[in-house]
Design a protein around this ligand. Structure first.
Ligand SMILES: *Cc1c(COP(=O)(O)O)cnc(C)c1O
Length: 367
């Protein structure tokens, strides 16, 4: 018997906290009777571009679509290579494959779990058409280093910011770096819709304009189609919900950060690999990921004491059946991380008492 489970993430809690505001917002849209590309999407787009310090925000159907549409707007396609992390959620790779280009994996620094500009530079070729760094787990990559690398080689840097809502570097939000950032508002993200949703932020007027057309059948005026577009739009209901939830993002991230502090202090000296927390970055703490050589035992033992955990991610993209078609890639860092990473519960509604209990349970098992 356990004294109640510590859930990995309580997605429904954001609704319970904001029930009245969200109900009002949804009702407003339903009563207005306008559901696609209207004032709610425009309002959320200006809210989110302001939050990111970017000139433009374009709402789209999902985080994967945001990446795909940026690559399409940049004319990345067959014959091109796009540099991606070997250790990431598979959507980063899928976006590259979706436009007919080839993902070229780069191993992360095991300490930060992120790719860095120096290792990316080693694999740049004449076919490299873009680089997609991922602010994995909510920790920003070296944004200035990537900007410099992009300028030096004339290669667009597209940031996968799907896990980094609210993260910043020296006070600068991550959504204003590179040529564009791709956002996911999948329900479990730090800023989550109640369905699929995504967005692109960019300072580039032309890129924003292209993505705007691509998401809407290649059209900027009804029945005039300049390019072969698709249908990938943020809808009015999700946009209205996101505008309400965005007003709480900083507060929710502060609560995540408090949980991260409890874990970092409480688990120091246990032998677990802990995420570090450099002073100049504000992490979004989308996930709190520890590493252990005995991960599966740790997971099952703390699980029987009621601590729910996740693994991000158990199989790296290059070892998925979808990508095992070519010669076997040798990516030992990604492979080791897939065997050792464990995500502890974290979220804006995880109480201090529960976080403290997680520490006690993990300590009782790992020492
Ligand atoms: C969630 C996620 C995506 C994809 O977002 P969807 O909205 O689910 O399509 C892409 N990249 C990373 C790193 C993610 O975590």
């Amino acid at each position: 018997m356990t004294v109640g489970t510590v859930p990995f993430l309580d997605v429904g809690a954001t609704y319970r906290e904001l029930r009245h505001e969200i109900d009002d917002a949804v009702r407003r849209v339903l009563e207005r009777g306008h559901f696609i590309l209207g004032e709610e999407v425009e309002r959320f787009e200006s809210t989110w571009s302001a939050a990111c310090g970017a000139r433009h925000c374009v709402g789209v159907g999902s985080g994967l679509d945001a990446l795909v549409l940026i690559l399409r707007a940049l004319d990345v396609g067959p014959g091109h290579e796009v540099i991606v992390p070997s250790h990431t959620f598979i959507a980063t790779w899928l976006a590259v494959t979706a436009v007919g280009a080839t993902p070229v994996p780069v191993e992360p620094d095991p300490a930060t779990r992120l790719i860095d500009p120096a290792s990316v530079e080693e694999v740049i070729t004449s076919r490299t058409a873009a680089v997609i760094p991922v602010h994995l787990y909510g920790r920003p990559v070296d944004v200035d280093g990537f900007d410099a690398l992009g300028r030096k080689h004339g290669i667009p840097v597209v940031h996968d910011a799907a896990q980094a809502h609210g993260a910043s570097v020296a006070g600068r939000p991550v959504g204003r770096f590179g040529v564009a950032s791709a956002w996911s508002f999948y329900p479990g993200k730090n800023l989550g819709a109640f369905g699929d949703a995504g967005a692109i932020t960019t300072d580039d007027d032309e890129l924003a304009d292209r993505v705007r057309r691509l998401r809407n059948y290649g059209s900027s005026r009804k029945y005039v189609h300049d390019v072969i577009g698709t249908n990938s739009r943020l809808d009015e209901v999700q946009a209205a919900i996101l505008t309400v939830k965005a007003s709480r993002l900083d507060e929710w991230n502060a609560r995540r950060s408090a949980v991260a502090d409890i874990y970092r202090a409480g688990l120091a000296g246990t032998g677990l690999g802990l995420p570090d927390d450099p002073a100049d970055v504000a992490q979004a703490w989308h996930l709190f990921v520890v590493t252990s050589d005995d991960r599966d035992r740790l997971r099952s033992e703390i699980g029987s004491s009621g601590v729910e955990t996740g693994i991000h991610y158990p199989v790296p993209p290059h070892q998925q059946a979808a990508y095992r078609t070519g010669p076997a890639a040798n990516l030992p860092v990604a492979e080791e991380l897939s065997r050792t990473v464990l995500s502890l519960p974290i979220g804006p509604h995880l109480s201090v008492a529960d976080a403290t209990r997680v520490v006690e349970i993990v300590r009782s098992v790992s020492v």
